[in-house]
Design a protein around this ligand. Structure first.
Ligand SMILES: Nc1nc2c(ncn2[C@@H]2O[C@H](COP(=O)(O)OP(=O)(O)OP(=O)(O)O)[C@@H](O)[C@H]2O)c(=O)[nH]1
Ligand SMILES: [Mg+2]
Length: 327
């Protein structure tokens, strides 16, 4: 026996027909990228809301099976908005594509079924001459649970085939899981042979603190109206699990841009903030498998979304851990 046989590294017990790789989930905002990632993993790693631009960074989700490890990269939706924060969002999406062995483009079939004229414009960023999409090109038509008459998908499939003749199209529902397994099988067959990069029980490379701030941000997206969530950011200022066994004390700051935002986040008699805090705490307790004391503060930081240093300090633009490529 060699030393390698004793090695407890992730790849030690695997055979040569193991396939490993990175799969980027890309597409317009609100198409269901994060929902799909959570469904594939059977667990929530990426936050979801009915509002576009919910995801603001790359979020990894690791699927490990007998002879397969797919590291999915959830990404911010591709859009055409301006501003510093938006350019960070786009950078995160394009970086994921450049790292990926395969890319899955996720589209909202129910949306384009009703409004086909939106498709060419929404696909414009992906059709730019600067973008090189890996082959095979996998295109997902998501939300088919909302398309009662499935024959209505045919014109959309034709429209996509007209744009990308080589595309393989997968109608799915990320919410119900319909056809998701077929998609996973196809992604798996597109990945190169290789040893796993992460231990088989690892679900993500995202740090717990980041996940906690994301959970709070999700509750802001779910509880606040209209544009307000876009003016908020969350930072975990203190994390204490040492003082009291079984209890994690988390002190988080919700940044807003103006006085009026602060008043709306807090709500009448503090009702909004209380609700946001309660919802976030319950989910944090599930994540951390223990009691959580969550303290939320709302602070005004004018024009934070244009402040590059501040955005960097919040983790914008930082790529997730690559893992050990040696296995
Ligand atoms: N009916 C239905 N709704 C879906 C499906 N997939 C996602 N949704 C909903 O679509 C909305 C957006 O889902 P997300 O997963 O946040 O979409 P996303 O592409 O990650 O959005 P961004 O991060 O903003 O780019 C949420 O309200 C989801 O519940 C689906 O298959 N069927
Ligand atoms: Mg998302």
């Amino acid at each position: 026996m060699t030393d390698q046989d004793h090695d407890a590294s992730p790849g030690s017990s695997q055979t040569d027909d193991f396939h490993t790789g990175w799969a980027a989930l890309l597409g317009p905002p609100n198409s269901g990228k994060s929902t799909l990632l959570n469904t594939v993993l059977g667990q929530k790693v990426s936050i979801v809301s009915p509002k576009p631009q919910t995801t603001r960074n790359q979020v990894t989700g690791i699927l490990t099976r007998d002879n397969l490890q797919v590291v999915f990269l959830d990404t911010p939706g591709l859009h055409r908005l301006r501003g510093k924060m938006n350019s960070f969002l786009l950078k995160a999406a394009w970086q994921a594509l450049s790292r990926a062995d395969t890319a899955v483009i996720i589209l909202d079939a129910a949306l384009y079924n009703k409004r086909p004229h939106l498709l060419p414009e929404d696909l414009q960023p992906l059709r730019s001459s600067k973008v090189r999409l890996p082959q095979p090109l996998l295109v997902v038509l998501n939300k088919i649970d909302k398309v009662k008459d499935r024959s209505k998908l045919l014109p959309l499939m034709e429209q996509i085939a007209g744009i990308w003749p080589e595309a393989e199209i997968f109608p799915i529902s990320a919410s119900t899981g319909e056809n998701v397994e077929t998609l996973i099988t196809r992604i798996a067959s597109a990945l190169p042979p290789g040893q796993p990069l992460f231990p088989e029980d690892q679900l993500s490379t995202v740090p717990l603190r980041f996940m906690a701030s994301e959970i709070i941000r999700e509750k802001l997206f779910l509880n606040l109206h209209e544009e307000l969530p876009y003016h908020t950011a969350v930072d975990i200022e203190n994390w204490d699990e040492a003082s009291q066994p079984g209890l994690t004390r988390i002190h988080a700051v919700i940044f807003v841009e103006r006085d009026s935002h602060k008043a709306m986040v807090i709500g009448k008699q503090g009702r909004n903030l209380k609700q946001i805090g309660q919802n976030a705490r319950l989910e944090l307790e599930e994540l951390l498998e223990g009691k959580v004391y969550l303290e939320l503060w709302v602070k005004i930081r004018s024009k934070w979304s244009e402040d590059e240093r501040f955005l960097l300090s919040l983790g914008f633009g930082s790529a997730p851990d690559m893992g050990d490529w040696q296995g």
